[in-house]
Design a binder for this molecule. Structure first.
Ligand code: PPS
Length: 285
């Protein structure tokens, strides 16, 4: 039913923490500043991993900040109730998180030097990760099975809309200087090189031992144990039985969940919807 999401301009948003007026304001009125950094993702692509990495880069590997402040307060969600108000009142450089599709993103970005880090992930893994995550929350409509969720995902009837449309549109930005395209798969394969890339992009220089600290404290295990990062502090209205953001942290988990028929159907849709991009842009098998 329509009421299972908060609909805004044809895009389904979560029903808790989001409000139409705020989404509207964040899309139309938010003013970017040159010093802002935005972590932009389709949900379940590695958003929070990127948040901890960027926070740790800012503190040169010192974990005090990431171990004392909840992850959602370190990088505020632009389009959420909680985030928007705090962001507009925040002075100095802002670290912003955002899941908005390209066409809803605040236009002020295009006349600023603010930077976007866009993280993509194999949509098959995004699907599986989302299925297990949302099912534990009261944020969205709960699918009765993975089969149901698979259908919704293919159609784009899931929070923040179609993965294919989100990704297609944002990838059109990939050649801009203030846009860094990363993938969950590449971060996973060589985290250290990725951290260096992010440092270059943000104009930060880290000593080798500082870099090692960033690596250490942003690892799956360290984040899973850090209650400021692992979502164990989530409001019980959102997740009455608790929530574990760091579920598995691997690539290719979809192979444990898709049927052969689903895998084939997904390939077909992917090829159709993502036609035209250069081979090698998507670093998953
Ligand atoms: S959200 O709710 O959209 O903000 O979720 P998001 O943070 O984008 O994605 C959650 C998935 O990212 C995995 N994750 C990590 N993987 C490896 N290393 C680290 N440090 C890490 N941190 C988060 C997390 O486990 C979710 O993926 P799945 O496949 O469900 O495990």
């Amino acid at each position: 039913a329509m009421s299972d999401y908060l609909w805004f301009e044809g895009i389904p948003f979560p029903i808790i923490e989001y409000e139409k007026e705020i989404i509207e304001k964040s899309c139309d009125k938010f003013v970017f500043r040159d010093e802002d950094t935005v972590i932009l993702t389709y949900p379940k692509s590695g958003t929070n991993w990127m948040k901890d990495i960027v926070c740790l880069i800012q503190t040169k590997g010192d974990p005090t900040w990431i171990q004392s402040v909840p992850i959602w307060d370190r990088s505020l969600w632009l389009e959420s109730q909680r985030g928007y108000q705090k962001l507009i009142n925040k002075e100095g450089p802002r670290l912003i998180t955002c899941h908005l599709p390209f066409h809803l993103f605040p236009k002020s970005f295009f006349s600023s030097k603010a930077k976007i880090i866009y993280v993509i992930r194999n949509p098959r893994d995004v699907l599986v990760s989302g299925y297990f995550f949302w099912s534990k929350t009261k944020l969205v409509k709960i699918p009765e099975s993975l089969t149901t969720y698979f259908e919704w995902f293919i159609k784009g009837n899931v929070v923040f809309g179609s993965w294919f449309e989100h990704t297609r549109a944002w990838l059109s930005m990939r050649k801009r200087d203030n846009f860094l395209l990363l993938s969950y798969e590449d971060i996973k394969k060589d985290t250290k090189s990725t951290i260096k890339k992010i440092c270059d992009f943000l104009g930060k220089k880290l000593e080798p031992d500082e870099l090692d600290m960033v690596l250490k404290y942003s690892s799956f295990q360290a984040m899973k144990e850090n209650k400021m990062s692992n979502f164990s502090l989530i409001n019980e209205v959102v997740a009455p039985n608790g929530l574990d953001l760091l579920r598995k942290g691997t690539t290719g988990d979809w192979k444990n969940h898709f049927t052969v028929a689903q895998a084939e159907a997904f390939d077909k849709v992917f090829q159709e919807k993502m036609a035209g991009f250069p081979p090698g842009l998507f670093p998953w098998e």
